[in-house]
Design a protein around this ligand. Structure first.
Ligand code: PPS
Length: 402
């Protein structure tokens, strides 16, 4: 538009891609004014132009002078806008940086450039705070029909997502991938904006602790189902997952991963407060928050799915519950491309030659990993302190699993 205006006003043609102060000065002699006077606002600039016109005996300004003034003013406005935008961004970054309690030491075992920080008592990536995701999550507008499916990572979220999706959709077999059916709130894909614009009932996954969920949840809007799993099996599953994901790329022995786990230096740690907060609040708000355990689900899926259906007031017949249990077994979900995350390969999210997302799906795999006494002791101490502080109980084995 600028170019068009200038063409209309004068014979000059300006290539704005190559515009510079020296080229301007050569083309338009009127540009030879001190920088200070260029800092006039556009109205002041017009006033100055008028005064200059008067001094020349009411002769109108030459065309090239008008053009030059116009360009100067436009450039100043643009520079002002860019400057204020940059300043605003700088201020915003400072504000967000101030919300970070501390930056965690960088573990040499994470081969991806992973910067973890402690934000409101939770380990998250620095990016999540600085790019405004954490703020946007907090401000996310919840609706009474929203259902949040939450967990500490590797506790059975995917399983819960598939069960709840089916309960809310007449046990429909969907070919749509799970991230689209039950989007992950704090993850870049599909993103908070996309989730905000969705109509109808929304099922939303999150690994955030309760205190970081949207404000609306705290105000009582929406329902929350939280799944938890014993910390030893979580550590084993998380260890494999950290090796699998390219944006974590953990390359180290299990013992090192356990050290990070017990030191609360992995995403979404600390583990005990995460579980405890949900369990405590579910006691105060049984209508809004339901907590179930991975081990109970494994032991008796039908009983637990019924519990979930009742909590959601879902219209589910006995037949439907039975069918949902059949379709959401580990074996069934492992071969279902809509729920086994095999598409992550295409997006470069996972590294080759690693254990798949759908790994074992059992209770008690920890027995195969916590073998050296030092690692065992570290985890046992961690659990002892956590249990003492919270009174939580976990199941480390069930009779019908290996
Ligand atoms: S994530 O990435 O944090 O969302 O992972 P999450 O889904 O919470 O946990 C992954 C573990 O759950 C197992 N899984 C299942 N177990 C039993 N039945 C079903 N249907 C099922 N679906 C997923 C999955 O295999 C991971 O556990 P491990 O021990 O690694 O096998």
């Amino acid at each position: 538009m600028l170019t068009r205006l200038i063409r209309r006003g004068s014979a000059y043609e300006v290539n704005f891609n190559r515009l510079s102060w020296s080229s301007l000065k050569n083309r338009f002699p009127m540009t030879n004014v001190p920088i200070r006077s260029l800092q006039l606002s556009s109205s002041a600039q017009m006033g100055a132009n008028k005064a200059a016109g008067a001094a020349f005996g009411k002769r109108t300004m030459p065309k090239n002078a008008v053009v030059s003034t116009f360009i100067n003013t436009t450039i100043l406005i643009l520079m002002g806008s860019v400057g204020s935008l940059l300043y605003h961004k700088y201020q915003q970054k400072q504000k967000r940086l101030a919300k970070i309690d501390r930056v965690l030491p960088v573990s040499p075992y994470f081969k991806a450039p992973l910067k973890l920080v402690m934000y409101r008592n939770t380990v998250v990536t620095e990016e999540m705070v600085l790019d405004g995701t954490a703020e946007r999550v907090e401000a996310f507008e919840t609706r009474p029909t929203d259902i949040f499916l939450t967990s500490f990572p590797k506790s059975g979220t995917t399983w819960l997502q598939e069960v709840v999706f089916r309960l809310c959709n007449q046990n429909q077999d969907s070919t749509e991938i799970l991230e689209d059916r039950v989007p992950y709130l704090e993850f870049p894909y599909p993103g908070i904006k996309d989730i905000s614009q969705r109509e109808g009932q929304r099922l939303i996954k999150s690994h955030l602790p309760l205190h970081l969920l949207p404000k609306g949840v705290w105000d009582g809007q929406g329902k929350v189902i939280y799944i938890y799993r014993n910390p030893k099996d979580v550590a084993v599953s998380y260890f494999h997952f950290a090796q699998l994901l390219s944006y974590l790329n953990f390359q180290g022995p299990f013992s090192r991963f356990v050290q990070l786990f017990v030191k609360d230096e992995i995403p979404y740690a600390p583990y005990f407060p995460h579980v405890n907060e949900y369990i405590q609040y579910s006691r105060d708000r049984p209508e809004q928050i339901l907590c179930i355990s991975y081990e109970d689900m494994k032991e008796n899926p039908e009983r637990e799915v019924r519990k979930i259906a009742k909590f959601l007031k879902a219209d589910a017949t006995d037949e439907m519950i039975e069918s949902i249990c059949e379709k959401t077994t580990f074996d069934a979900m492992k071969v279902n491309p809509a729920s086994n995350y095999q598409h992550w390969k295409t997006f470069g999210l996972v590294l080759p030659n690693r254990e798949p997302f759908m790994r074992k799906g059992i209770v008690g795999d920890h027995a195969n990993y916590f073998k050296d006494p030092f690692t065992q002791n570290e985890m046992d101490k961690f659990i002892e302190i956590g249990v003492k502080n919270t009174g939580l109980n976990f199941r480390y084995s069930i009779s019908n699993d290996n």
